[in-house]
Design a binder for this molecule. Structure first.
Ligand SMILES: Cc1ncc(COP(=O)(O)O)c(C=O)c1O
Ligand SMILES: N[C@H](C=O)CCC(=O)O
Length: 509
């Protein structure tokens, strides 16, 4: 059995961390007749903070202003949604881009109708090309946790842009963002910046294989780790939404090296290691699933994964591209107090720019070129504007009260939506954790993608359309998590819940 002394060092460094109280996660078990034991019931832990003003909502804080779109300009009363210009642009887009989009999840394939084309966004609001304003719970699929087009982030990127857009050479901001990530994420000692979550994950898989000298990777059904060949096997997000279980073009010899198991199922992990233990390089998972809808793990599950991978000399990778800096400042690994060997990041660390990273202990990371032999490179990697956006975003997130605020409003949103559904006789389950939330149209419990697929997706389609018509923009799939930001106000949440109540009243249970 291979041991990893560096991880033992890392673990002892972690156990000396400042007080951080992880909570055992509850499964989603909400139902219209029962009280939910859901992620809503979780109490968040604390990350490390630096400055003093306590964040208490967008109106009272100096974090940003919402000049471009005033909250009152979005409507939660039924709009006859005028989408002429969106529709025309999408018709044209379909002639020049496959499906008219640059990423499949943006298409409205599973909710019907044509995608909305956007023109501007500020804070919690997003405005389309026909002039409709929506409360935005997509937030570019996660990055905009401090609110879209945050003034401070814009100032930071503008100042950097004046000094240079890209150097193709080292810049000081890379050191600063790497230090900020290392300070925040307990298992991380070194970071390699890339340009997307996809790149982070496939590069980490290469490193994992090189380090262990093994080829097989275990992933969970419904988890999404970008579109690297090894991961287009029983993937979540757009792959699940479009009902593609895998993708043509992926070499069958590569796909055969990916073993899949259901999430939150420790027996399945034991079995896959029993059968293939000596060939498994590592286990990839989202430490809280966001790409099959929101599905929390139990802490015990993560702990067992940690133990089993270690026993078999395999690496454990937490894909925190989505959860990173959303599930607390120390990310999901800090929240659950379970330390992976490798971590992938993206979204929030780029503050709205294309930045990803893979990270871990020095011993593993120093295998990456030029320190070691594992090749990985990028013309625009660590580009200064993205680094500046990420640094400012993390600086804002470190302010006292930010995560408490995010947790409070998101919990209120999720509870309000579940309540609105139950009042109207719908079987639902769901919950929230800090700034991520989800609601499935099924009785639950939803512990993995197999459970999530029992959701009434036809009902979700009606719900999505009704919310759109009332000025609420949700991800166009039952199998995507929702997001909130520091710019989402209590008023936004109340208006969203009111809109949901109205929509759900009009849908047959
Ligand atoms: C958990 C997770 N991993 C990886 C990715 C891939 O990131 P990107 O879309 O930036 O390539 C995503 C999102 O797409 C994600 O949510
Ligand atoms: N669910 C995906 C990532 O989190 C959505 C992003 C995309 O693929 O465009």
């Amino acid at each position: 059995m291979r041991t990893n002394p560096q991880m033992q060092n890392t673990a002892s460094r972690i156990s000396g961390m400042p007080a951080f109280v992880p909570q055992a996660a509850g499964h989603f078990t909400a139902h219209r007749q029962r009280n939910a034991v859901s992620a809503c019931d979780w109490t968040p832990g604390r990350g490390r903070r630096q400055d003093n003003a306590v964040y208490d909502g967008p109106r009272r804080a100096v974090v940003h202003t919402m000049q471009a779109v005033s909250p009152s300009s979005s409507s939660t009363s039924t709009q006859k949604l005028k989408t002429d210009r969106s529709d025309a642009l999408m018709r044209d887009a379909a002639t020049v881009m496959p499906g008219g989009v640059s990423s499949p999840v943006r298409a409205f394939r599973s909710v019907g109708g044509s995608p909305i084309v956007f023109e501007s966004t500020k804070g919690s609001k997003i405005v389309d090309v026909d002039g409709n304003t929506y409360i935005d719970y997509v937030l570019s699929f996660g990055p905009s946790v401090v609110g879209s087009a945050n003034d401070e982030v814009i100032e930071a990127v503008t100042a950097q842009a004046r000094k240079g857009l890209t150097f193709g050479a080292p810049c000081e901001l890379e050191n600063q963002l790497a230090h900020a990530i290392i300070d925040a994420v307990p298992s991380v000692e070194m970071v390699r910046f890339v340009n997307s979550g996809t790149e982070a994950c496939f590069s980490a898989a290469r490193l994992m294989r090189a380090y262990t000298r093994r080829e097989k990777i275990v992933k969970m059904t419904g988890c999404y780790h970008g579109h690297g060949d090894s991961f287009l096997v029983s993937a979540g997000s757009g792959v699940a939404t479009l009902g593609l279980s895998d993708s043509p073009g992926v070499l069958s010899s590569v796909a055969a090296k990916t073993l899949t198991v259901p999430y939150n199922n420790i027996d399945a992990i034991r079995e896959v290691f029993r059968q293939h233990g000596s060939e498994i390089a590592g286990v990839f998972l989202e430490p809280v699933v966001g790409n099959a809808g929101l599905i929390p793990p139990t802490r015990e599950y993560l702990q067992e994964l940690r133990q089993i991978t270690r026993q078999h000399g395999a690496l454990l990778l937490f894909d925190e591209v989505m959860t990173g800096f959303r599930i607390g400042y120390s990310c999901a690994q800090g929240y659950f107090d379970v330390m992976p060997d490798l971590t992938t990041l993206g979204k929030v660390i780029g503050g709205g720019y294309p930045v990803g990273a893979y990270a871990g202990p020095r011993e593993i990371m120093e295998m990456v070129a030029p320190a070691g032999p594992v090749y990985q490179a990028g013309t625009l990697s660590g580009s200064p504007v993205g680094m500046a956006a990420g640094l400012k975003t993390l600086e804002i997130l470190r302010r006292p009260g930010t995560y408490e605020y995010l947790d409070r409003i998101t919990k209120r949103l999720a509870e309000g939506l579940l309540q609105a559904a139950r009042e109207n006789g719908h079987a639902v389950c769901g919950g929230s954790l800090y700034s991520m939330w989800g609601m499935f149209f099924t009785e639950g419990p939803v512990n993995n993608f197999e459970d999530a697929k029992k959701s009434d997706t036809a009902k979700f389609q009606k719900f999505h359309r009704g919310m759109l018509e009332r000025g609420v923009y949700l991800a166009p799939s039952q199998f995507e998590a929702g997001f909130t930001s520091l710019a989402h106000s209590e008023d936004d949440v109340e208006r969203t819940v009111e809109a949901a109540r109205e929509v759900l009243r009009g849908i047959a249970p």
